[in-house]
Design a binder for this molecule. Structure first.
Ligand code: UD1
Ligand code: CA
Length: 455
């Protein structure tokens, strides 16, 4: 299969320096969505992206995303037929050519496979749709037997044709040798002075080639984006679709209209997600996980039965089973929590491992630390991991107790079962089992409070 994705248009109405096809839906450029659906079609294929406006940025995106797609440049945008013509040298004759639009991101693989099937027996497959308001689209003109004869653009249409509600979505699958010869014969004699790809339909009909049609499973699959308003609308449509898939799979969403998934969210059984949460990248929520309201979770694994409470921020971290995190906790990259760990409000953790059933319940910074099991980290504890140049590790062994408002000046080790008195500034290792304390001795003096001088 040859897959040609048209992405040369400017997208003027976006009013953006970013090429239209690079604007994201669910955190991924529209072009990436179209490509992913195309690449998931079974069988071998090559993808050719026709670039033009903002071509360098599109090329850069393709390279960065590790895509094997080829690009061809359409220097001037002379119409959809002219755009496909730029790719003809790369098209292999022994497979049909599937034509997609980079600004129609939500097309699904199943629909594309159906379209390709129509073209697999020498005919032309056309994706059409019935629309209550077909204004602006090319209309499908059929003869009395129902055979497709032509596509007529809105701007070239008579009022009779404008009354047709079956529209051209723009997506089609075409026998490649025929496509090549038809493209060469296109003429720009129409209202827009463009080379219309859609004119190949009447050429096919004239040759007696069957033009077969199918429709997308869902109407949003072929919705194109021309403006920020349409982009926002399609984002909501897609998020609602993702939410309904989660509901279908047994996840509880308190409000399916208030969740954003910008990547892949994999959920076990009986997962519950409250409102306003954002999931980015690859997130796994195991069985029985509960996510409170307004959490932001990126590239994370949350193990079974863990509870993430409101306003928690998790980035590149692992949370062990039955742990309780938040509200207002922040787990930064490299955080690895074992089972039954408790992390409370305003605790920040970075690049640290915390063992079974350890707790840091209030106001702490734990960075570059290795903490054993059943450790209690008191309120206000800080690992001083950075000397202004290098980072150093703090090691806290099992069952240690770190008194409130302690500073652990790394590199430093707190031994097994050691206790640090509140307010300790630890600069040397604290031995196992002992109480280590650095505070000044408490004193009480007889003392007269100053009194205000008379003026
Ligand atoms: C096209 C179809 C119309 C269909 C509609 C569906 C034609 C002549 N008309 O119309 O029948 O109903 O799509 O949305 O094909 N592009 C290029 N180079 C160009 C022109 C366009 O790469 O020279 C790309 C655009 O970036 C876009 C796509 O092709 O991704 C469609 O172009 P657009 O101008 O939106 O086509 P329409 O006039 O809407
Ligand atoms: Ca369009």
């Amino acid at each position: 299969m040859n897959i040609v994705i048209l992405a040369a248009g400017q997208g003027k109405r976006m009013r953006s320096a970013l090429p239209k096809v690079l604007h994201p839906i669910a955190g991924k450029p529209m072009l990436g969505h179209a490509m992913a659906s195309a690449e998931a079609i079974s069988g071998q294929h090559q993808v050719i992206v026709v670039i033009g406006h903002g071509g360098e940025a599109v090329q850069e995106y393709l390279e960065k995303s590790g895509s094997s797609a080829k690009t061809v440049v359409q220097k001037e945008q002379k119409g959809t037929g002219h755009a496909v013509l730029q790719a003809t040298d790369l098209l292999l004759d022994d497979a049909p050519t599937l034509i997609l639009y980079g600004d129609v991101p939500l097309i699904q693989t199943q629909t594309l496979e159906r379209l390709c099937e129509l073209a697999s027996h020498g005919g032309l497959g056309l994706l059409t749709q019935d629309m209550i308001n077909p204004h602006g689209y090319g209309r499908i003109v059929r003869n009395l037997d129902g055979g497709v004869q032509a596509i007529v653009e809105e701007k070239d249409a008579t009022s009779d044709i404008k009354a047709i509600t079956e529209i051209n979505t723009g997506l089609m699958a075409v026998p490649t040798p025929k496509l090549k010869s038809w493209l060469k014969n296109l003429k720009p004699n129409n209202a827009q002075g463009e080379y219309y790809l859609t004119d190949i339909i009447s050429l096919a009909a004239a040759e007696g080639l069957p033009v077969l049609t199918t429709s997308p499973d869902a109407p949003w699959e072929t919705v194109g984006v021309n403006s920020r308003a349409q982009l926002a609308e399609l984002e909501r449509t897609w998020q609602l679709e993702l939410a309904s898939r989660l509901l279908e799979s047994g996840v509880t969403l308190i409000d399916p209209a208030r969740i954003d998934i910008r990547g892949q969210l994999v959920c076990g059984q009986d997962v519950k997600i409250d409102v306003g949460c954002i999931f980015e990248g690859q997130v796994t929520l195991a069985d029985g996980v509960t996510i409170g309201p307004y959490c932001v979770i990126r590239d994370a694994v949350i193990e079974a039965g863990a509870v993430i409470q409101a306003y928690t921020h998790i980035d590149q971290a692992k949370v062990g089973s039955r742990s309780v995190i938040g509200p207002y906790a922040r787990l930064r990259p490299g955080t690895d929590l074992a089972a039954e760990v408790h992390i409370g409000n305003f605790v920040e953790i970075k690049n640290s491992q915390i063992g079974f059933n350890s707790k840091a319940n209030h106001l702490a910074y734990i960075g570059d630390a290795t903490i054993g099991s059943k450790v209690n980290v008191g309120a206000g504890t800080i690992t001083c991991n950075y000397d202004g140049v290098n980072k150093h590790r703090t090691i806290i062994e099992d069952e240690a107790f770190i008194g409130s408002d302690s500073q652990l000046v790394a590199p430093v080790t707190v031994g097994k079962g050691a206790t640090l008195g509140a307010g300790t500034t630890l600069t040397k290792d604290a031995p196992a089992g002992q109480l280590t304390i650095t505070r000044v001795k408490q004193a009480s003096l007889n003392w007269q409070r100053p009194v205000k001088k008379p003026k």
